[in-house]
Design a binder for this molecule. Structure first.
Ligand SMILES: [Mn+2]
Length: 213
């Protein structure tokens, strides 16, 4: 059995399909994503459908978390998000089933991280999907983590790929024109697919098509 952990997808369907093809899963293999399947990129709906069809296990990302929290949308609430919200509407109930973290015998998968000063299970959902640096130290959350279970996470495209002793960061900014990454745990092997294009600027927190020339 092999285990593939995929970084932030953000609607990059072509790259997702290519990455899984590269992995070439057999029936005993398992695939996880670190969440943020949707938003910013072009094909959120197709990505969710692919994840569901392929029985890929995803944890909750801040974009799915936000989508669920904001439902039903009022007209003003979607301005800062490039959702094709109708496209993924039918997956709302499925999104609600996503766990905020997965703890296995050997490893943990979480979208953003956690505050190691607090027991994992006592961290708030907002922290699990959005933490980068800790408020009380200003340092990256993983600086204080020395646990026996290796943590795979995403959410931090500007940090990029990072192989630490205790943690592995897998958001390599595909939607920003970089790469989609997957890590095969048992083979200690990284697989990557380059983005077909820049779908979204990493320098803009919000997406406003009217600002584009
Ligand atoms: Mn994220």
């Amino acid at each position: 059995m092999r285990t593939l952990v995929i970084g932030d997808i953000h609607g990059c369907y072509d790259e997702l399909a290519s990455l899984v093809e590269k992995f070439n899963p057999e029936s005993r293999d398992r695939i996880f994503t670190v969440g943020d399947i949707i938003n910013r990129g072009p094909f959120s709906g197709k990505c969710i459908e692919f994840v569901r069809e392929m029985k890929i296990t995803s944890v909750m990302g801040n974009h799915e978390h936000w989508y669920i929290k904001s439902w039903p949308f009022d007209d003003n609430s979607v301005e800062s998000f490039n959702f094709r919200r109708l496209e993924i509407e039918e997956h709302l109930e499925w999104m609600k089933t996503l766990q905020y973290y997965i703890i296995n015998d050997d490893f943990i998968i979480v979208h953003a991280g956690f505050d190691p000063a607090i027991a994992f299970k006592d961290n708030s959902r907002d922290v699990l999907v959005s933490v980068r640096t800790l408020e009380h130290t200003g340092a990256p959350w993983f600086d204080g983590y020395y646990g026996t279970k290796h943590i795979y996470f995403g959410h931090w495209a500007k940090l990029g790929l990072m192989f630490g002793k205790y943690v592995t960061a897998l958001d390599t900014g595909c939607v920003y024109g970089n790469k989609l990454s997957g890590y095969i745990i048992e083979e200690n092997r990284l697989i990557q697919v380059p983005a077909k294009k820049v779908y979204h600027s990493i320098y803009e927190d919000t997406f406003n098509p009217e600002k584009r020339q």
